[in-house]
Design a protein around this ligand. Structure first.
Ligand SMILES: Nc1nc2c(c(=O)[nH]1)N[C@H]1C(S)=C(S)[C@@H](COP(=O)(O)O)O[C@H]1N2
Ligand SMILES: [Mo]
Length: 232
């Protein structure tokens, strides 16, 4: 489709869509038979939103590129799911604890990954909870059973294997995500067009990450093969 679409600053196109992430050589987490997304935090009562119930909400299709903070971009992906805004307005906003304005959301994956997103960024028009990619259900590599898709933010915000959304009323003080512990604090907004990677100067960050792409891709692909072998 839009093959000539410009990439954000410092990004390079890769062929296909590699599996990428932490616990690299590990297989993807097992998906429960009836997966749910637990909504917790500043809500009157914690509750489970079955992933299957997303099929009953207004569906949304989105063609977008995907940008990893390490510098690779996968282009022309076709996501299908539900707008996060829809999930928020229909299921979360009505049960917020009174007097506790939501400022951030924490998205957590079955493998322990987590990302924190400001309410403003989460409610952007192109943020989805997606269960389908390129016409098929999400596979293990890319986040079964459902993932956050926020194309204007770096990949690490796009939590895979989504199992919990926590409503926060302040920015969390300790940033204990994997990337934060590995490197230096990640940027709280992570907007790709502003190149909000970290607080370090880009002349340090860009080449450092570039060196990591090949080994991470290699290890992640091996972990992905292991998940597929286990399923067989
Ligand atoms: N649950 C979970 N989500 C995750 C990750 C992860 O390791 N676990 N890695 C993040 C990073 S750094 C990137 S670049 C993208 C990679 O998505 P992909 O494997 O579909 O390419 O997922 C993000 N979401
Ligand atoms: Mo990433």
């Amino acid at each position: 489709m839009q093959a000539s679409r410009k990439l954000p600053p410092g990004q390079r196109r890769v062929n296909g869509f590699p599996r990428f992430g932490h616990r690299l050589s590990q297989p993807a987490p097992a998906v429960p038979a009836n997966p749910v997304i637990t909504i917790s935090g500043a809500v009157a009562e914690e509750f489970d939103l079955p992933v299957a119930s997303l099929a009953t909400l207004p569906r949304r299709e989105l063609a977008a590129d995907f940008h990893c903070v390490a510098g690779w971009s996968a282009t022309d992906l076709r996501w299908e799911g539900v707008s996060f805004q829809t999930v928020y307005r229909t299921h979360i906003e009505p049960v917020l604890r009174p007097g506790a304005p939501a400022t951030h959301l924490e998205f957590r994956g079955l493998d322990g990954w987590r990302s924190v997103v400001t309410i403003e960024d989460a409610l952007a028009d192109d943020v989805l909870i997606a269960e389908r990619l390129d016409g098929r259900p999400l596979n293990d590599d890319h986040g079964a059973p459902a993932r956050l898709v926020s194309p204007q933010q770096y990949g690490y915000i796009n939590t895979k294997h989504l199992c919990r959304i926590k409503v926060l009323t302040a920015e969390p003080r300790e940033q204990s995500s994997f990337l934060d512990r590995l490197l230096v604090p990640t940027h709280p907004r992570a907007r790709v067009w502003e190149e909000e990677r970290h607080y370090l100067p880009l002349w340090i960050v860009r080449p450092f990450y570039r060196l990591l792409i090949a080994p991470i891709r290699f290890l992640s692909a091996r972990g992905g093969q292991e998940s597929r072998a286990r399923r067989r």
